[in-house]
Design a protein around this ligand. Structure first.
Ligand SMILES: [Zn+2]
Length: 105
């Protein structure tokens, strides 16, 4: 019997797939920085299940975390956000949807 949780980490295909997804996310993050940042959107908001609060990430942190991930380093997703205005942030899904909408024109 193979236990799903443990097996995934050692299958090369899964690693390759994950890497591709991270590279795609990094690509989106750069486009967000170029397109959304000038519109006043500072970064991404995401619900954190372990802290049970919303976390806010500026674009430079999003990009750094994704790069760390590609380099095989653990990301640091629980950095305390200081003096954030939630209205400056959007969900990742919103941002990706916005970028998709822009690139179709
Ligand atoms: Zn957290």
């Amino acid at each position: 019997m193979i236990e799903d949780d443990d097996a995934g980490e050692f299958l090369p295909m899964d690693v390759e797939e994950t890497r591709k997804q991270v590279e795609m996310s990094l690509d989106y993050a750069y486009q967000c920085l170029k397109i959304l940042a000038p519109m006043g959107i500072r970064g991404v908001s995401a619900w954190c299940e372990s802290c049970e609060i919303e976390h806010y990430y500026d674009w430079d942190i999003v990009i750094r975390n994704l790069k760390d991930n590609l380099a095989g380093q653990p990301a640091s997703p629980h950095e305390p956000a200081v003096d954030v205005d939630p209205s400056d942030y959007r969900t990742w899904d919103y941002c990706c949807g916005f970028i998709d909408g822009c690139s179709q024109r």
